[in-house]
Ligand binder design. Structure first.
Ligand SMILES: [Zn+2]
Length: 283
């Protein structure tokens, strides 16, 4: 599933291809990817120019003129493919929505499994929606102080806390597992059990792992490709995610997969010790 780095990579690839283009018509092939009726959706964006492409959390944001915002949540297998006039792309296997541009060319939303969702907002609706998300982890709003205070109020397991988009925007299961490994925190611990030092280490680990993954153009797991159809290169640098039973790159201990909250988490039991166990060990 695309997380922040994969969405950011898609945004950077799209920007040069679609900003300045004006939507002439839209064809909805798979209405189940819309959060609105196809009629509402098509009418709301008809004739609008694409004025910018950005990101909020894991979502690709296509700014339409001064008045509307198209939010694309890529789900498991969603992708956005800009095509020139008459151009084909082998990545377009399951087109769900086609946005055609004045003067030729189009942007295709492709989604094999159709867990992705598209929604058009007016400006007020967009800022209301965006305000409900947590801070952007690559921005200054994501500070040690804000993070530590926010953790202190929650009994939720820290891995689940990181996945909650209202707490921090853009983190999914891959980068939650990786950040917790870097910070040496067991993913099952409650958020409020983290010490101030651990909270600071985790805040920095979240920022660092996401920034490094953005620089590597994301992690390619199964279906994810960026807007140019290229694979991300962060995969070989994962320490725990998807590495069950393989040796920890830091200490050689076998990586363990645990399932809670209906999701897998991966950890090194030596590098991320449960605090009570540590306390019981003789000095
Ligand atoms: Zn280890």
């Amino acid at each position: 599933m695309p997380e922040l780095p994969e969405a950011e990579t898609i945004v950077r690839g799209l920007r040069g291809n679609v900003v300045g283009r004006r939507i002439s018509s839209t064809t909805v092939i798979r209405p189940d990817v819309l959060d609105q009726t196809p009629g509402q959706f098509v009418r709301a964006i008809k004739g609008l120019p694409i004025s910018g492409v950005s990101r909020r959390g894991k979502n690709v944001i296509i700014e339409l003129g001064p008045s509307a915002v198209l939010k694309v949540n890529l789900g498991m297998t969603g992708g956005l493919f800009p095509l020139g006039r008459g151009e084909r792309n082998s990545g377009v296997t399951h087109p769900a929505v086609r946005f055609r541009f004045v003067g030729g060319g189009q942007l295709v939303y492709n989604d094999a499994r159709r867990f992705g969702r598209l929604r058009v907002f007016d400006q007020q609706g967009w800022s209301d929606w965006s305000d409900r998300l947590g801070p952007e982890p690559l921005s200054r709003d994501f500070s040690d102080r804000q993070f530590a205070e926010s953790l202190r109020a929650s009994r939720t397991p820290i891995r689940n806390w990181l996945l909650d988009q209202r707490r921090v925007a853009g983190v999914g299961n891959i980068y939650a597992s990786e950040a917790l490994f870097r910070a040496r925190v067991d993913p099952r611990r409650s958020a409020r059990s983290l010490s101030t030092d651990e909270a600071g280490a985790l805040r920095r680990a979240v920022t660092e792992v996401l920034q490094e993954a953005v620089d590597a153009r994301g992690t390619t797991i199964r279906d994810y490709k960026d807007a140019d159809g290229a694979a991300g290169s962060f995969g070989p640098r994962l320490h725990v995610y998807g590495r069950e039973a393989k040796p920890c790159r830091a200490c050689g201990t076998a990586i363990v997969r645990v399932v809670f909250g209906n999701r897998s988490a991966f950890l090194c039991p030596a590098c991320q010790p449960w605090p009570e166990m540590t306390a019981r060990q003789p000095a």
